[in-house]
Write a protein that binds this ligand. Structure first.
Ligand code: GLC
Ligand code: MG
Length: 255
């Protein structure tokens, strides 16, 4: 078993991105800690692998990572990363056992104002839609959740930023993907610290004790403050984006 003090599992968009100088500073600090074997970084994102590698690493200064959990926890990749690599088969197979894309798509059939997202966000394990055009997005989500709950327990509905809707295998999502990966890598960190800004980060903020919610978070995460369980140590940063992540890491004594 590998003893690493801390795993930081961070979302990318609007958690690391949003303030380039702050991200550059944080990136340098994380690189030092990784080199000293004090920290591993898992990127947990709704992006595709390609968007992490090509846009993220090459253009946006996203820090190098020890794992990429992409497409909202439906795919896992381990280094060395390459644009055309296959996702971790053990995770992929597990999720396929419970999920049929056809069935997922059926849950939203005939619901008004639901628009399918571009093809690269729609995979065999993820059916994703925009709700921008829905007359009442909250109600639409409720309707879809009820259909799912009534028919199957192999599916989950994730609603983010008031507009993105994902239907995923019940066992997927960022929180469960991180859990799986820790066990797969035989890692027992002293702490897992998660960091996020929107609805698809909720599963990881709830799965682990320590978490950082950046100041620019969407209302659905700000609400977590009220729903907190007594053993949760969520830190609500005063600063937005990467500066908020750094603030949280200082709070937890990592930086
Ligand atoms: C990212 C993904 C999108 C998803 C959203 C919320 O933006 O690209 O497919 O709906 O995250 O999870
Ligand atoms: Mg985000």
């Amino acid at each position: 078993m590998s003893q690493i003090p801390t795993v930081l599992a961070s979302d990318i968009d609007n958690t690391l991105t949003g303030n380039a100088p702050a991200l550059e500073r944080l990136g340098r600090q994380l690189a030092v800690l990784r080199k000293q074997n004090k920290l591993r970084l898992f990127l947990t994102t709704g992006r595709t692998l390609r968007e992490v590698l090509v846009d993220g690493f090459e253009q946006e200064n996203i820090p190098q990572a020890d794992a990429i959990i992409s497409l909202v926890g439906t795919e896992i990749y381990l280094p060395p990363f390459e644009a055309k690599m296959e996702p971790l088969p053990e995770w992929d197979e597990r999720l396929h056992q419970q999920f049929s894309r056809e069935k997922a798509v059926d849950f939203v059939a005939d619901i008004e104002g639901v628009e399918i997202q571009p093809e690269h966000y729609n995979t065999a394990l993820k059916a994703s839609y925009f709700l921008d055009k829905s007359p009442d997005p909250a109600n639409t989500v409720q309707q879809i959740k009820q259909r799912v709950a009534g028919q199957s327990n192999g599916y989950q509905v994730v609603w983010s930023s008031g507009k993105d809707l994902d239907i995923l295998p019940a066992d997927a999502g960022k929180g469960k993907a991180i859990r799986f990966l820790l066990s797969y890598l035989d890692l027992e960190p002293q702490r897992v610290i998660t960091a996020g800004d929107s609805g698809n980060d909720r599963s990881m903020l709830e799965e682990f004790e320590h978490g950082i919610v950046v100041a620019n978070a969407q209302p659905e995460l700000k609400k977590l403050k009220e729903d907190l369980t007594s053993n949760s140590k969520l830190y609500f940063a005063n600063q937005p984006y990467a500066a908020g992540v750094a603030e949280g890491l200082r709070y937890f004594g990592v930086l």
